[in-house]
Design a binder for this molecule. Sequence first.
Ligand code: UD1
Ligand code: UDP
Length: 382
Amino acid sequence: MKRIKVMSVFGTRPEAIKMAPLVQALAAREGFESLCCLTGQHREMLDSVMEIFGLHADYDLNIMQKQQTLSSITTRALLGMETVLEEAKPDLVLVHGDTSTTFAGALAAFYHKIPVGHVEAGLRTYDRYSPFPEEMNRTLVGDIAALHFSPTAANAENLRREAVRGEIFVTGNTVIDAMRTTVRGDFRFSDLALNALDFENSRVIVLTCHRRENYGQPMHDILRAVRHVVVTHPDVEVVYPVHLSPAVRACAQEELGGVPGVHLIDPIDVEQMHNLMARCHFVMTDSGGLQEEAPALGKPVLVLRRETERPEAVAAGTVRLAGVEYDAVVRHACELLEQPDTYRRMAQAVNPYGDGNACARIADAIAWHFGLQNEKPADFRA
Ligand code: UD1
Ligand code: UDP
């Protein structure tokens, strides 16, 4: 029997973390051949994920450049994909989320008339400049894709309202599947700074901040606000694994370098990150993924953005939009540190984003689409 050749294309850290369990699930399934094509939009941060999940790249375009522009990522990935698709001739290309790799991967597949499956489809802010360029990337891929795998019912509803072509499935987010293997009670950190943290006697805040729309003034204001919070709360320690982007590193160093109680560290591997979050007091972030992971671990999140395409945990009460203004960030962080009732209300484990079975649903949906199984998978319900 001919196997269905599925090529997963990804290039950044979050795509890799969220595609890893799916690549594994497809590889383990009868009737499928699972191929992995990396654009290499990220390098060290991507390689770390490949190693942790034991993944092997069948193709690696290795496109990353220092201070790369959106155009250079997109064109280099698009051109690189041409040769790969001509050689591998997959039956289906899977892309994930909203990065430039996602857009270029989907467009390349379209140019070769290969159907596209979009994992994490239908999240929207409906502001085309925020997140930038991610909102547009995700929307354009929604137009290209034949199979849409939406984490939540609300994401699927967005796609139905937009009348996108193709089949829509509600699957849950694959990051919750990934966390089933990364989070462990007996985990020990290999990073020395993390090993030295005293989770009993200090309150550890995990901070990440890297988004393009926050570059410049917003990022400076956010990090100055964090500095104020640490300096005024002696029992607080902030751990900030700083993204390798030179723009981010310069700002982090300028605002938080040498501040007592602040640990500026290099990016950590995903197992350390998930287990750090599992042990922390709360999370401050402009990341997309952390907004999904922290609620599942019962950790409050202050989102350092003006909007979010992930409103479900805001509605559940575990995530608050703190914005990017100095005063607002200080106010939200101080409330969480000083008002035990607020903290208790927000520190409830909720799982609006998945039940850990997203990859099985996606694999079932692909099998159904190609006639390998009769039953369409049931939608995930939170
Ligand atoms: C990209 C995605 C963003 C996602 C983020 C996850 C786009 C447009 N943006 O943004 O949606 O949230 O990844 O982290 O696709 N670098 C390294 N080594 C690495 C990774 C990055 O040195 O392993 C440095 C390089 O100098 C690179 C820069 O970081 O030029 C920026 O990387 P880039 O992928 O362009 O942007 P991100 O901010 O990472
Ligand atoms: N992450 C990690 N190490 C770090 C920082 C983040 O493994 O030092 C993980 C995090 O747990 C999440 C993902 O990377 O799974 C989020 O990636 P990022 O914030 O870069 O991108 P976004 O989610 O905003 O697209």
